[in-house]
Each structure stands twice: as structure tokens, then as C-alpha cells.
Design a protein around this ligand. Structure first.
Ligand SMILES: [Zn+2]
Length: 137
């Protein structure tokens, strides 16, 4: 289990009172709507933080972040962010995520198109494997 600081979005393994990275209070953590905080943090101006937030959203499979991820993907951000968004869409992997990936597979950057298309294929393969393994249950 990982914990995240909603001030600086560092992750840490112990549920501490203060964030080991920025020293701010994390005590009121559980009382807050963490998913909404994550979604708000998608407006973060600092690229590394934004990348980390996108990564956390994928790890926690925050489906409600998808509309905002879609907007972010449409803004044509830098590659680092777009690639992290693609990874996160892969981790979430539902039909809404697939729709955004389909949009990204028509992106004006060849690199983004290629990565999004490959990810779509991977999701298809995984779904096929899942179906096959269910047949053998
Ligand atoms: Zn912090």
C-alpha cells in the first residue's frame, strides 16, 4: 500500500503525519476526497508533478479522471505527459480509456500515434487472453 501527499504528490510507504518529502501535514488525508484532489492536480503547472499525478491516477485506476485526461491529451502537451497519459489509459483499460486512446492514435505526432496504437493492440491482446482464461475456468 502506498500513500501520497496531496501537496507535492510524493509517494511513501508509511502513513505518516507529515510528508517525508515536503514536510506538510498529511493527517487529514483520509477525510478528504482523494480522487477529486488528484483530478484537481491535473491542472498543476509543474511538469514533473503533473506526470506523477497522471501516473498515480493510473495506479489507482481513477476512472472519474478520464474526462479530464481526455482534455489534457487533446491539448497536445509534451511527449512525456502524453506518454504517461497513454500508460495510465492502459492501466485503466475500460471502454472510455480505449476511446481516448483511439483519438490519440490519430494524433499529429507520429510518435504519439505509434505508442497509442501499440497500446490499443496490447489492450486487445490482454482482453483476448482474459476471455480465453475464463473459458478454462
Ligand atoms: Zn509532500
Amino acid at each position: 500500500m502506498y500513500f501520497y501527499c496531496y501537496h507535492c504528490w510524493s509517494d511513501f510507504e508509511e502513513n505518516t503525519q507529515k510528508c517525508p518529502a515536503c514536510g506538510k501535514e498529511t493527517a487529514s488525508f483520509s477525510g478528504l476526497n482523494f480522487e477529486d484532489k488528484l483530478i484537481c492536480a491535473l491542472d498543476h503547472p509543474e511538469r514533473l508533478t503533473l506526470q506523477r499525478v497522471v501516473w498515480i491516477i493510473g495506479n489507482l485506476r481513477v476512472e472519474k479522471a478520464l474526462p479530464k485526461l481526455s482534455i489534457l491529451a487533446g491539448k497536445g502537451h509534451d511527449f512525456i505527459i502524453l506518454f504517461e497519459i497513454i500508460n495510465t489509459l492502459h492501466k485503466i483499460g475500460n471502454s472510455e480509456a480505449v476511446e481516448i486512446l483511439e483519438k490519440l492514435s490519430k494524433h499529429n505526432s507520429g510518435m504519439v500515434r505509434k505508442y497509442a496504437s501499440e497500446t490499443l493492440l496490447r489492450i486487445q491482446d490482454e482482453n483476448t487472453i482474459l476471455k480465453i482464461s475464463k473459458c478454462h475456468d
